[in-house]
Design a protein around this ligand. Structure first.
Ligand SMILES: [Zn+2]
Length: 442
């Protein structure tokens, strides 16, 4: 059995990356035209700061809340031509890949999430230096779980330095409040405000270190949708406003039990101890009895994240679940591989073991190099259920979990293990350096 290889039936070809397309002018216009409909009644304003000072093609870094971000970004960059890094799954279509053709012509460059892609820098250089178009990247590479900035890897510092072009950020506000990731199917009546800002000139990029650059990017892309809601007194009075929140807030802060939270209407409760919290019209939580542990929703989410970090640090973490797997080696349609076992631990990384077309298979992403993992609460393709995406350079595996509300914890654990490995590497480097600099006795 060859690792990371599926015995596909005849005719299934693995997608080979192509050179990015120089967006046709007609598609710049078409993207803008379609975005008018996609953002109708949603987009209130795009505020531009210092954008008149930007010279030449630039890198546009965007936060990511919902699909509407793509449309707002094509409004914000119009009439300039652009390319955007987009998820591989977003390109698939059946029976013929018409969507893939259209996405590529619009300027989307398909990438498999959280893999090391050796072509990424060259693709960006082609867009910026050869075509002289705007390059759009969503550095978090996922929709926000809870309305705050997700993890942005250190590698963006060196990527930006290698590209050597001005950097602009765009921060969308309100998209998450309108369609939170855990209940995106039901829309709330909230409008989007976006701020587009020129943050680094070409000279800044050349002068600053990768660490300084990534710090600036993280600061500029910082957002908190619930803080924004309270500050701007945005009323969300939909009677279903808390429904689905247990997908992200999976641990009870009263009795610490995991995966026994439920929600409906405006309420969130623990079926283990019975404690209830209610979400008001400004997104604030209050316990119906006793102490309110977390009134600010992201604080609850960060508390869970810290618990997982501790579990990893104390070597208590491991995860196993039976999953239903669909793969996407090409851009046609997902292939159902059936049931498999997904395991996660620091020692073995993420593994998916199953049987397909007469052969066993094992997919493995070791912890080293796995800096994040993609998770979904209600996947928009295949079936509207939670799943964990395990991607390799040549394939993507959507693994639908059977355990309740478990995907956020796996995402937290991948993040914690990555940080732990990085901290150990830094410590080893420091010790080596100290050893080398130790005065030798004559
Ligand atoms: Zn409880």
């Amino acid at each position: 059995m060859e690792l990371n290889k599926i015995n596909y039936k005849k005719g299934v070809k693995v997608y080979k990356q192509k050179k990015p397309v120089n967006q046709w002018r007609f598609f710049t216009w078409l993207a803008r035209f379609l975005s008018t409909f996609l953002t109708a009644g949603k987009l209130a304003e795009i505020k531009k700061i210092d954008m008149d000072k930007v010279e030449g093609p630039y890198l546009l870094l965007s936060n990511h809340q919902t699909f509407t971000d793509f449309a707002v970004n094509s409004v914000a960059t119009y009439p300039k031509k652009f390319a955007a890094i987009a998820t591989f799954e977003g390109h698939h279509g059946q029976p013929k890949p018409i969507r893939a053709w259209l996405m590529e012509k619009v300027g989307c460059i398909p990438k498999r999430k959280f893999t090391t892609d050796p072509n990424l820098i060259n693709d960006c250089k082609t867009v910026l230096h050869e075509y002289k178009n705007i390059m759009i990247i969503y550095p978090e590479a996922r929709y926000t779980d809870i309305g705050t900035t997700s993890f942005i890897t250190d590698e963006y510092g060196s990527l930006i330095k290698k590209l050597g072009v001005p950097v602009v950020t765009i921060v969308h506000r309100g998209n998450y409040l309108r369609a939170p990731f855990w209940d995106w199917k039901h829309k709330r009546k909230v409008k989007t405000h976006s701020i587009m800002k020129y943050v680094l000139s070409k000279e800044d990029v050349l002068e600053k270190s990768p660490e300084e650059i990534v710090e600036i990017i993280r600061r500029e892309l910082q957002h908190d949708e619930y803080e924004y809601q309270r500050e701007n007194k945005i009323v969300i009075d939909e009677p279903f406003r808390a429904q689905g929140l247990n997908k992200a807030l999976y641990q009870c802060p009263h009795c610490n039990t995991e995966f026994e939270m439920e929600s409906e209407g405006t309420k969130l409760w623990c079926t283990h101890c019975g404690k209830i919290w209610e979400m008001d019209e400004y997104g604030v939580l209050t316990a119906t009895e006793g102490e309110t542990e977390f009134s600010h929703i992201p604080d609850w989410y960060n508390w869970e994240k810290e618990n997982v970090r501790r579990e990893v640090a104390e070597d208590r973490y491991s995860f196993e679940d039976e999953v239903d797997v669909y793969s996407l080696p090409h851009m046609r349609k997902f292939i159902h591989l059936g049931k498999a076992i997904l395991k996660h631990s620091r020692e073995n990384g993420v593994t998916v073991e199953g049987h397909y077309n007469g052969e066993d298979y094992k997919i493995r992403r070791p912890s080293r190099g796995l800096y994040s993992i993609h998770t979904e609460y209600n996947y928009c393709y295949i079936k509207h259920e939670p799943c964990i995406h395990v991607s390799t350079t040549n394939d993507t595996f959507a693994c639908f979990t059977s355990k309740k509300d478990c995907v956020t914890k796996v995402y937290f654990a991948v993040d914690a293990i990555h940080k732990q490995i990085n901290a150990e590497k830094a410590q080893a480097r420091a010790e080596k350096l100290a050893e080398r600099n130790k005065p030798t006795e004559e």
